[in-house]
Design a protein around this ligand. Sequence first.
Ligand SMILES: Cc1ncc(CNC=O)c(N)n1
Length: 220
Amino acid sequence: MSGDGGERGTTARWVEKHRPLYLQATRHPFICGIKDGSVNISAFRRWLAQDYLFVREFIPFIASLLLKASKESDVDVVLGGIAALNDEISWFRKEASKWGISLNVVPQMANLEYCRFLQSLALPDVNYSVAMTALWAIETVYHESFSFCLEGGSKTPDELMEACCRWGNADFGQYCRTLRKIADRCLETSSGDVVSESEEIFICVLNFENDFWNMSLSEL
Ligand SMILES: Cc1ncc(CNC=O)c(N)n1
């Protein structure tokens, strides 16, 4: 299985180096609560409405990566990500109506700050390696979090399974591994400054994701 985790790339080293922060983002109490069935449904409802707003802001960010990608295979991967978001937006609307949730809500502070960060990364002068590192990290946190809720022995409530499968499924996992390979390839030929900046961005993503879960857990 060469190329599939065989040789360790830069991103794998960062995951190891920043393990506590990585676990904070991917094994958060909100996620652990889904996995053991103890989650407060009002927290899930809060997360759903806020995440819809986040995903709306995620679209221009990923579109900016489409503009920056020059390698044909990268364009295909990013385009696939955009196509998946089209389906995801429909899913949020369907899920919201199932739960009787309004998606017309005010973004909370943690969400606003994360969205502002996405907007700054979508600017034309942001380096492709930096932005690609962010995309890999953002998608991977969701995959690692929700696939954890699908592992054997999980007591994930039936009505939350769709959300967990959306980001926890094997195809999304493959998409994340493809993003990791692209990021690693980019970082390999990047300057030291760009590599440092990318590592900083990785850390920022982990912190923003942790704040996002915290926001979902906290009653206003
Ligand atoms: C806060 C956050 N982080 C990552 C994702 C996953 N990417 C697109 O759906 C998400 N939906 N929300």
